[in-house]
Design a protein around this ligand. Sequence first.
Ligand code: PDD
Length: 287
Amino acid sequence: MGRVAYVNGRFVRHSEAAVHIEDRGYQLADAVYEVWAVFGGRLADAPGHFARLKRSLGELRIAAPMSDAALMIVLKETLRRNRVVDGQIYLQVGRGVAARDHAFPNPPVAPSVVITAKPIDLAASEARAAVGVGVVTVPENRWGRCDIKTVGLLPNVLAKQAAREAGAVEAWFVDELGLVTEGASSNAWIIDEHGVLRTRDVQANILRGITRGTLLGLMAREGLKVEERPFSPEEAGRAREAFITGAGTLLLPIVRIDGRPIGAGKVGPVAKRLRQLYIEEARRTAL
Ligand code: PDD
């Protein structure tokens, strides 16, 4: 059997998987999502992603479609049916299907659930991390609730495309004070000119990255100096190293910003070591 997707209670062929034309996720971006990295068929940072899902749903007053235990069974079954060992799993939960109207359907309808899984080539991911990638900066133009992981990602789509057209891999949003908020699909970090690890605090309008949280724990364990304090693109330009984190990229070193080299323009020792540490930890604690 080829790829399969889970759609509203059924496993269906991926090529034929579909949602209703009046699914509110499709028409109004009235849906949230999560992405887990998968190692050895198990979900990395599982509790953190489950907790954030619950929070995103709560903030939008979308009912949880099932218990965490049931959801875990469905996620695992999706991995098994797709024979994913190392990869990613995507979950989308929306407010459901109803005649188009901006306000919530009344009475409420059943939430929509879609799950897809795909393998990743870990060797290719390692090769890319060994060389590092570039970022470009773009003006922050998103709404005020980037802490909710919604599928309303148009600014992120446009930012990512700008990066791609510039030969970069990620775009960093820069706010009106000239400070980096986060990436289009990752959190942003530097090791500044004083050797301090810096990433933006989560009081700002950013996603509370789960990979970010795990790394903060690992950095504390390693006794590294960390500050949750924003930085400007200029500071990133003067930094020793930079990297991004997220369930999609894990930890990916950044060696160029807006076409200019960061540090020596090569992957630095700290980012390299942290990537290794993160992957070891994520593998060890995956559920
Ligand atoms: N993106 N910031 C944004 C805007 C993101 O979309 C993501 C993740 C992150 C990192 O969060 P985490 O460490 O919890 O994955 C930060 C996922 C991977 C995506 O959209 O595919």
